[in-house]
Design a protein. Sequence first.
Length: 367
Amino acid sequence: MRIAFRTDASLDIGSGHVMRCLTLAARLRDAGAEVVFLCREHPGNLVALLEGRGFAVGVLPAGGATEDDAGPAHARWLGAHWEDDARQTIAALPWRADWLVTDHYGIDQRWQGALRSHAGRILVIDDLADRRHDCDCLLDQNLTELGAARYAGLVPAGCTLLVGPHYALLQPQYAVLHARARPREGAVRRVLVFFGGVDRDGLTGRTVRAILALRHLELRADIVVGPANPALQDLREQCAHDGRITVHAALPSLAPLMMSADLAVGAGGATSWERLCLGLPCLAVTLAENQVETTRLMARQGLVEWLGSAEEITETVIADALARWCERGIPAGWLRDFGTIDGRGADRVSDVLLGTSREHGMGAEDE
């Protein structure tokens, strides 16, 4: 089976779309599929990372017109007019794909329709539910009030909907570690800080300064950023003289650090499912509007402490929250339903694409 992924990373987009596609692509390759990525050469792209993991990448050129009055809200993230992007994608495809996977807020039904004759079926990975799609299957791994009903009228009749954290695209080691992990309780001695590979809001720096101000606490901290983070060198210099803090860049996985941490400080996006899979509590900050509903629901269910949105968060807010958790400790039983996110979401999605799923036939919806 031949499967193509159209997705991007950039300083604006961040790394999350590519990283979750990479997880699914690795699972599909392990099952025998031939996989290619199609990515635009934006500043902050992850083409080298994909190639380093052994995947072929068709590179679309940077630049080009992005004006599209009838397009989605994030049309400019495509880096080209949708018709140009579609043509370039077709030209970069090495073969007709059995499945074409799109994970891009700048792509909608017009682009997908233009690629119809070049792919047997189309899978959309989305979490905005803000535009129409021409697809055979849609994956939204987030927790929302409406669930699959959010996509009513946005996908064709008969489209398979894979909705909820049950389908979260986590690396295989999360399923293995899930069986060994336990929800934390008691003293907070080690904290993990991660706000995405790029962190254009500078929240990593704010959190580092908050930790530096809490010198009286016996607290160790692991700070994780991507190699494209423009503040990487500044962060290293800030932390150089505090032996409690270690800065990590370009890690292949957060899982080992999550297993050793007692508490996380991070974004309210896809990393939420990794943390919950391993029973790690988090002080969460939402970086975009599309993270708010999910993070609010998680906070209501006691799965995170939501500190607020990025523009509201100061060093003092972070420092106060950290000090409070360190002083009171993690309450017993904070995570009531530890088994919900088991780390096997990529297996479930892969089985659907490969036609081996026993949970879903094409055209079924997640309940």
